[in-house]
Design a protein around this ligand. Structure first.
Ligand code: ADP
Ligand code: MG
Length: 617
C-alpha cells in the first residue's frame, strides 16, 4: 500500500498580494487556506501609516519610523500624498490651503515635492509605502512578491489610476488590477455571492469621507454613484478635541501649546487615544505628561457625541446626495458596508443605520476590509477563487446607432469594468421584423464619426406598429475588456448575441486622438445630432399623416382642416434639408397641431371599431 503525501508546494509559491493604499493608513493582505489574511510586519503590526520621510542620506523610509520623524523632522516628512496622485499643480491650488506640502517647482505641470535634499513625485513617494508593504508581505509569506492588486477610490479618474499603477511599477511591482475600494469592501463581505442587490459603502477614514452606491448583478459590481468629502475624516474629530484640550492647558498651565510643535503633537496623540477608547467605553481620560507638568480631563460619550454630531451630519448630507444621484431611496439599499477606522464610533453606526434603515455590516475590522477584499480579488486572479470578476476602465464610450445615424451611448468612457448597461429601444417602421444593431465606439455624437465594432441583425421580432416593439439591448464588458452585446425582443424573447473586443487594435495615441477630437467637435456634433433627431421626428409625423390621409377620418374632415394639414406638410418638407433644427422643430410642431383633430377622429373610429368587434363576439 502506498502512502499519500499532501503537497504544500502551492503554499510556498509566490502569491498575488492585495493592497489598500490609503490616505492615512495602508495594509496588505493575501489569501491563505482559510481565506484572506492581513500581512503583519515583524513586530506584529498590520497598519502601515502612509507617511514617508527622507533620511539624511537621501534614502526613503515609510510607515511607523516616518510617523516618528513627522514629530521631529516635519520638513523632510510627508503624509496624505494620495491626495496629490495624478494631479497637476493647478488642480491642487485649493488643496494647498487645506493641507501643507512644499511644492518644489511651480513651473511644470506635474507636482514635485521638496523633502530634505530630494525632489519627489507623488508616485515615487507612494512607491516607498508600497515597498514597505511588499517587504512585510515577503517576510510573512517567505516568498518574493511581485504581483499585486491595489485599491483606489471609485471616483479616481484615469490620471489618478495611472499614477497609482506607476507607483506600483516604481516599487518593483506588477499591478495586475486596480479595484475600487467599495467593491473590495463588498468582496470582503462576500456580497458578490448575493448575485443581485444594491450596496452602500460608507467609508469614513482619517482624512476623507466616501460614500459609494453599487449595484450588484450576476456577480458584477457597477458603481451607480459616488459622493463624499476629500477633507472630512477622523482628523476633523481630533481637531475638535484638540481645541478643547489646548484651551484647558492654556488656562491650567498658562502655556499655549499651540506654539510648541512637539507639545501639540503629543497632545494630539493623547486626544486620538481618548477618541479611539470612547468607541468602546462610555467614559475616558485625555491625559498628557509634558515638561514635568500633567493635564487630565474626563470626557464621556455624551459630550463626545454632541461635539461630533455636525461632522457626522456632513457625511449624511453626502449620503443623501449620493442616493439622489443614484435615483434611489434609502429603502432600496439592500446592504450597507462600513469601512474606515472612524466607523468604529457608535454614533456613526447608529446614524448610518437610521439613514439607510438597514443594519450595517460591521463583522470585519473596518480598517482591514478594503485590504481583505483586495486579497480576495488577488485570489480570483490567481485562480485560487472561482468566478471571474472585476475591474479596469473603458477607454472610450460604447453605444449603438439609432435612428438618423445618432449614437446612443450605453457605457460611457472611463466606466469601470466589468460593466453592464441595458437600454430599451423601439422600432421605427410598422410591422418591422428585423432590427440592425450597429455597435460603435467613440465620443462623437454621430455613428459616421465613431469606430464601427460590429453589426448584427436581431431577427424574428414580432411585427407591431412602429414604436410598439421593445428591443432590449444589453452591453456587458467582462474583466478582460471583452464586450458582449445582446439584443432581445421583450415580447417574443428572440435574442441575438455577439462578442466584440472593444479596445483591441486601438493604441494609446488613437484613444487620445479620439477623445481630443470629440472635444474639438463637441458643438458641431451636437448641432448635427439635433438636426438628425428632428429629421427622424419629421419622417415619423409625415408618414403617420400620410397613413391617416388614407383613412375614413380624412374624408370626414372639414376641407379647411384638410388644407391646413396639406400646407403644414409642405412647409415641413421644405424645411427638411435646412440644417436648422429650430425651424424643423417649429414645423413639426405646426403639423402636429394641424393634425390634432384628424388624430382624434381616427382614435374615436378605432375605439368604436373595437367596441363593435366586441359586440359581434
Ligand atoms: P484611511 O482610509 O484614510 O487611510 P483609516 O480607515 O485607516 O484611514 O482610518 C483612520 C482613522 O480612523 C483615524 O482618524 C483613526 O483615529 C480612526 N480610528 C481608528 N480606530 C478608531 C476608533 N476605535 N474609534 C474612532 N476612530 C478610530
Ligand atoms: Mg481607506
Amino acid at each position: 500500500m502506498g502512502t499519500f503525501q499532501i503537497d504544500f508546494g502551492e503554499q510556498r509559491r509566490s502569491k498575488i498580494v492585495g493592497i489598500d493604499l490609503g490616505t492615512t493608513n495602508s495594509l496588505a493582505a493575501y489569501m491563505d487556506l482559510t481565506g484572506p489574511r492581513i500581512v503583519e510586519d515583524p513586530e506584529g503590526r498590520k497598519i502601515v501609516p502612509s507617511i514617508v520621510s527622507v533620511l539624511e542620506d537621501g534614502k526613503l523610509v515609510a510607515g511607523e519610523p516616518a510617523r516618528e520623524l513627522l514629530l521631529t523632522d516635519p520638513e523632510r516628512t510627508v503624509y496624505s500624498v494620495k491626495r496629490l496622485m495624478g494631479r497637476g499643480v493647478s488642480d491642487v491650488e485649493e488643496e494647498r490651503k487645506l493641507f501643507p506640502f512644499r511644492i518644489a517647482d511651480d513651473s511644470g505641470s506635474a507636482i514635485k515635492l521638496k523633502l530634505g535634499n530630494r525632489t519627489l513625485t507623488p508616485p515615487e513617494i507612494s512607491a516607498a509605502v508600497l515597498r514597505r508593504l511588499k517587504d512585510n508581505a515577503e517576510g510573512a509569506l517567505g516568498a518574493p512578491v511581485t504581483e499585486v492588486v491595489i485599491t483606489v477610490p471609485a471616483y479616481f479618474n484615469d490620471a489618478q489610476r495611472q499614477a497609482t499603477k506607476d507607483a506600483g511599477r516604481l516599487a518593483g511591482l506588477d499591478v495586475l488590477r486596480l479595484v475600487n475600494e467599495p467593491t473590495a469592501a463588498s468582496l470582503a463581505y462576500g456580497l458578490d455571492k448575493r448575485k443581485q442587490g444594491i450596496i452602500a459603502v460608507y467609508d469614513f477614514g482619517g482624512g476623507t469621507f466616501d460614500i459609494s452606491i453599487l449595484r450588484l448583478h450576476d456577480g458584477i459590481f457597477e458603481v451607480l454613484a459616488t459622493n463624499g468629502d476629500t477633507h472630512l475624516g477622523g482628523d476633523d474629530i481630533d481637531n475638535l478635541l484638540l481645541r478643547i484640550a489646548l484651551e484647558d492647558v492654556r488656562s491650567e498651565w498658562g502655556v499655549d501649546l499651540a506654539h510648541d510643535p512637539e507639545g501639540v503633537q503629543r497632545l494630539r496623540r493623547a486626544v486620538i487615544r481618548a477618541k479611539e477608547e470612547l468607541s468602546f467605553v462610555p467614559e475616558t481620560l485625555i491625559r498628557l505628561e509634558y515638561k514635568a507638568k500633567s493635564y487630565e480631563r474626563a470626557i464621556d460619550r455624551n459630550l463626545f457625541d454632541r461635539l461630533i454630531a455636525p461632522v457626522i451630519e456632513r457625511t449624511l448630507v453626502s449620503c443623501r446626495a449620493c442616493l439622489t444621484d443614484a435615483k434611489l431611496t434609502p429603502e432600496q439599499i439592500d446592504e450597507v458596508v462600513l469601512v474606515g477606522g472612524s466607523t468604529r464610533i457608535p454614533l456613526v453606526r447608529t446614524a448610518v443605520e437610521r439613514l439607510f434603515q438597514a443594519k450595517p455590516h460591521t463583522e470585519l475590522n473596518p480598517d482591514e476590509v478594503v485590504a481583505l477584499g483586495a486579497a480576495v480579488q488577488a485570489g480570483i486572479l490567481a485562480g485560487d477563487v472561482e468566478d471571474q470578476l472585476l475591474l479596469d476602465v473603458t477607454p472610450l464610450s460604447l453605444g449603438i446607432e439609432t435612428m438618423g445615424g445618432v449614437v446612443s451611448k450605453l457605457i460611457h468612457r472611463n466606466s469601470t469594468i466589468p460593466a453592464s448597461a441595458t437600454e430599451t429601444f423601439t422600432t421605427a417602421v410598422d410591422g418591422q421584423r428585423n432590427v440592425l444593431i450597429h455597435v460603435l465606439q467613440g465620443e462623437r455624437e454621430l455613428a459616421k464619426d465613431c469606430r464601427s465594432l460590429a453589426r448584427f441583425d436581431l431577427k424574428d421580432i414580432q411585427p407591431v406598429p412602429a414604436g410598439f416593439a421593445r428591443i432590449e439591448v444589453r452591453f456587458l464588458i467582462d474583466a478582460n475588456g471583452i464586450l458582449n452585446v445582446t439584443a432581445r425582443d421583450a415580447r417574443t424573447g428572440a435574442e441575438q448575441t455577439v462578442e466584440v473586443k472593444p479596445s483591441y487594435g486601438l493604441s494609446e495615441d488613437q484613444v487620445e486622438a479620439m477623445i481630443r477630437e470629440s472635444l474639438d467637435h463637441a458643438e458641431e456634433d451636437m448641432r448635427e445630432r439635433q438636426v438628425r433627431e428632428a429629421q427622424v421626428e419629421a419622417d415619423n409625423i409625415l408618414s403617420a399623416t400620410e397613413k391617416a390621409q388614407k383613412s375614413a377620418a380624412w374624408i370626414a374632415l372639414a376641407p379647411e382642416d384638410q388644407a391646413a394639414i396639406e400646407e403644414s406638410k409642405r412647409e415641413l418638407q421644405a424645411a427638411y434639408h435646412s440644417n436648422d433644427h429650430y425651424l424643423l422643430n417649429q414645423k413639426i410642431e405646426a403639423l402636429n397641431k394641424a393634425t390634432t383633430k384628424l388624430a382624434e377622429t381616427m382614435m374615436n373610429t378605432a375605439v368604436r371599431g373595437a367596441l363593435r368587434g366586441t359586440k359581434i363576439e
